[in-house]
Design a protein around this ligand. Structure first.
Ligand SMILES: [Zn+2]
Length: 109
């Protein structure tokens, strides 16, 4: 669903269609997997630009709202339309991310 241009060959690719292969370099401690994502056209390693998915932060109000209500066991916030606002923010964040997601070149060559 999220699509972007490949930083290597400029081909339009969807994040769902990214291939994966084993890393050629040793994974760093924060990299949980030995696999890396690759462009399905040119087979070069790509990664999702972390700044380009910052729109997903708009999911936070909704998550916090849901969590606080689950802990407190009340829907006291419903009176102020906060659920609707939180939901609207989450949808907006998703749409923003849909259009702004970018792929970067990954170093694993
Ligand atoms: Zn490519």
């Amino acid at each position: 669903m999220l699509s972007s241009k490949c930083p290597w060959c400029a081909e339009k690719i969807s994040t769902q269609h990214l291939g994966s292969r084993k890393r050629k370099t040793k994974p760093k401690w924060y990299q949980l997997t030995r696999r890396t994502q690759v462009c399905p056209y040119c087979n070069n390693p790509v990664k999702i630009n972390s700044k380009s998915v910052s729109g997903l932060l708009l999911f936070m109000p909704l998550l916090l709202l849901g969590t606080s209500q689950a802990i407190l066991g009340k829907t006291f916030l419903a009176d102020y339309y906060l659920e609707e606002i939180g939901f609207a923010l989450a949808v907006t964040g998703f749409i923003i991310t849909l259009f702004t997601i970018k792929l970067d070149k990954a170093e694993d060559l």
